[in-house]
Design a protein around this ligand. Structure first.
Ligand code: ADP
Ligand code: MG
Length: 724
């Protein structure tokens, strides 16, 4: 048998650190060079066309056809000057990755020559063959029509030699087939609801944008070792592998210096990202060996998500040049920390005010409290929907697995703000305000700079960190649009209810700050159960959360139920973010993806067990049998080969277990594949197929410890994680 493991290890030893071509100028000189941003639009467009696109970006106004023609022509000139030959509509279908279909600018002319053309129509709308993107039954494959339509709020950019135009993706009948459409809808609902509430404090506020900064965790592994692990390259994670003797117990990786090869990759990746206008700022090692993190400066949320999607794609491409593979999977290695994607979220007004930042004056603090408490209330009311928005087969390995935030959604505030909320809850504040009859008085003081003890509680899925909330439960490979659509939507909905509640009191003749305070106080009380400052990994918390009535749904198929229940349908309908058909379609797509991924994992597991592991174990066993036979022939006594006999027996036990269980798992799969109901199918895959993974793995890992290292075929954890 070809022993790829040792060939792979040799390749790693032979590696040299590639030289990284870095622009010789400062970052600010080349930042965004490959983006058709406002500055370039101004340069390439007439004033009128420029104004119309700015209106569209800032206020969502449609761009007139003749202007689109101008923009297309300007984009083309710019792109050609940068050496682009093709263009593509770049979009985010529900497969989870990004999609593109390239067309050339080139067009032959009647006289046998050729020109480069790009029309307003080609910019505004395309009709890719959409039949093979998931649609959850919205679009039958025979009417395979889906449209991509230009999203002017995210600027076009050049990747390689292709002009990429960010677009939305909708069905022929107008339903969303991507992540962007619902996000944009949710953002617009939030804008309106938040501006309305802002007007209690400041009439000059006209727009509220959500901002997002995404911290991205990932693993790197040498490409040769990766290719020698079929489980890694087919499923993104190792299905087998005994934990390495040295692991993360010394916690020395986090503070360690970045290895030279990795550093070269990071510099290269950052340069490419900066050229694309992705404002990468931070890089460091993470907790686990070979785990790293990068983070850009926060941006307007739609752009931040496009940039994160682009970044994931970019990381993968650049890594190949460095003979690395980037693992974005949430849990590539059992027993070692997984990867997440922390979503730092806040709301910022057109006047530049962060609504989640405490201010100097009592009035400002009441404004802060309003948005702060409404966010808490929103998460309290719709914790299950937020949980569903981060559910995936990969993330199930993290949530509730004693390392990542648990599957129980709770909110961490830090001691200072907890005290403030407790004070409001127990005070007779509104009465005091009423009696003293002075506007904006009696509102508790909030220190403007909050002690950042908040970040230390890494066990909380949703933590307040000074001037933003950080949703930490998002999986590293996920599209943040899914949880961010939900978060913005539920906060919007909550703000609408808040306005309704406050207005009702105002109509009764309450003073404004009294009314605001009364509703805030009530919300603090009502949402108290979601607040938790302790250790989210502990067993006590699971018990306490149960007593508090908080949901703890550990697996995806059941976590997704909430997407189509009555309460959610009402929320979706009242905000217009998803039609009932869209919600059901998405639910179905997620269930389908869930069971299909398990199906693939089960198949890969069976194949590797039967074709790689068992043969390796048998060949070692044959060696031992040979040895025992030889010792016997020499006339030596049993004491000389009793250890060998012992190992031979153990090998057989493990081999038998693996073989029998793989067979049983296959039988189960065959039966479950007959199940029509997709939810039931997903649950069955979890309960009746996935349940084989751990026991089979256990015995394979035992074999790994028994079998002669020189014939073990798969790169081991110690090599995947430490070999450089
Ligand atoms: P940490 O200590 O968790 O690393 P940082 O302060 O470095 O936190 O921020 C992490 C991410 O949060 C970065 O992307 C940063 O730009 C972003 N961020 C900072 N302030 C805000 C804000 N007001 N709204 C949204 N994101 C923010
Ligand atoms: Mg952070």
């Amino acid at each position: 048998m070809l022993n790829t493991r040792f060939q792979a290890l040799q390749s790693v030893l032979d590696r040299t650190v590639p030289e990284v071509k870095m622009p010789s100028t400062k970052i600010s000189d080349f930042f965004g060079a490959n983006v058709f941003d406002k500055k370039k639009m101004k340069e390439y467009l007439s004033d009128e066309a420029y104004q119309s696109i700015v209106n569209s970006i800032d206020n969502g106004e449609p761009i007139p056809r003749d202007m689109a023609e101008q923009v297309a022509s300007a984009m083309r000139s710019w792109a050609l000057s940068k050496g682009a030959t093709h263009y593509t509509h770049w979009f985010q279908p529900l497969t989870g990755s990004t999609a593109e279909k390239h067309d050339s600018f080139f067009e032959p002319t009647a006289d046998g020559g050729a020109i480069e053309r790009f029309s307003g129509d080609a910019l505004a709308q395309q009709e890719p063959d959409a039949s093979s993107f998931p649609s959850g039954g919205i679009r039958n494959t025979f009417e395979a029509r889906g449209y991509t339509a230009w999203d002017p709020s995210s600027p076009a950019f050049i990747m390689g030699r292709t002009l990429c135009i960010p677009t939305v993706f909708v069905s022929y009948t107008g339903e969303a087939l991507d992540y962007k459409v619902p996000l944009l809808k949710a953002l617009s609902v939030l804008d309106k609801a938040a501006v309305d509430v802002c007007h209690y404090f400041d009439k000059s506020i006209e727009k509220v944008n959500a901002s997002l900064g995404i911290e991205q965790e990932y693993f790197l592994v040498d490409i040769a070792l990766f290719n020698a692990r079929p489980d890694l390259y087919l499923t993104g994670r190792t299905l087998f592998g005994h934990i390495s003797a040295k692991n993360q117990q010394l916690e020395d990786h986090y503070f360690g210096s970045i290895p030279e090869r990795v550093y070269a990759f990071m510099q290269d990746m950052e340069t490419e990202a900066l050229l694309l206008g992705i404002p990468l700022k931070t890089r460091h090692n993470e907790v686990a060996p070979s785990q790293f993190e990068c983070a850009p400066i926060y941006e307007e949320i739609n752009l931040a998500i496009d940039h994160n999607q682009l970044l994931m794609d970019l990381m993968d491409r650049v890594a190949k040049r460095h003979n690395f593979k980037v693992l974005l999977h949430e849990k590539p290695y059992a027993g070692i920390n997984g990867s997440g994607k922390h979503n730092n979220w806040s709301m910022i007004t057109n006047t530049g005010r962060n609504l989640l930042s405490p201010g100097k004056t009592p009035k400002n603090n009441l404004m802060f409290l309003t948005f702060f408490v409404n966010t808490i209330k929103a998460v309290y009311e719709h914790a299950d929907l937020l949980r569903a928005s981060i559910a995936s087969v990969n993330n199930d390995h993290r949530l509730g697995a004693n390392e990542a935030p648990p599957a129980i959604i709770s909110i961490f505030l830090g001691s200072q703000l907890t005290e403030v909320l407790d004070e409001i809850e127990s005070s007779r504040l509104s009465k005091k305000i009423k009696e003293e009859n002075t506007l904006w008085q009696g509102i508790p003081k909030i220190p403007q700079i909050l002690a950042d003890n908040t970040d230390r509680n890494r066990t909380s899925p949703f933590a307040f960190t000074g001037n933003k909330f950080e949703l930490r439960a998002v999986g590293s490979s996920a599209n943040s649009a899914s949880p961010m659509t939900v978060l913005n939507l539920i906060v919007a909905d909550q703000l609408k209810k808040f306005k309704y509640d406050v207005d009702k009191l105002l109509r009764k003749g309450e003073k404004k700050d009294v009314a605001l305070m009364m509703v805030i106080k009530r919300y603090i009380k009502e949402s108290k159960n979601i607040r938790f400052e302790g250790n989210g990994y502990s067993e006590e918390w699971e018990k306490e959360a149960e007593a508090r009535g908080l949901a703890n749904i550990k697996t995806t198929p059941k976590a997704l139920d909430v997407m189509v229940n009555e309460k959610t349908e009402e929320l979706f309908a009242s905000t217009g973010v998803f039609t009932s058909r869209e919600a059901h379609a998405r639910h179905e797509i997620l269930l389908e993806s869930y069971y299909k991924k398990l199906q693939i994992e089960a198949r890969v597991m069976g194949e590797i067990a039967n074709n790689v592991i068992i043969p390796a174990a048998i060949s070692y066993q044959s060696k031992l049998v040979e040895n025992v036979r030889g010792l016997k022939e020499l006339g030596l006594g049993e004491e000389t080969y009793s250890a060998q006999i012992d190992i031979i027996k153990k090998l057989s036990e493990h081999i038998n277990f693996i073989k029998n269980n793989v067979e049983e798992m296959v039988q189960q799969r065959k039966q479950i594949n007959q199940v029509d109901d997709i939810r039931q199918k997903a649950i069955d895959y979890d309960e009746k197929v996935r349940s084989f993974f751990q026991p089979i793995r256990y015995h394979v890992d035992k074999l790994e410890q028994l079998v002669d290292d020189s014939i073990w075929p798969l790169p081991k954890f110690r090599e995947l994680l430490f070999f450089k």
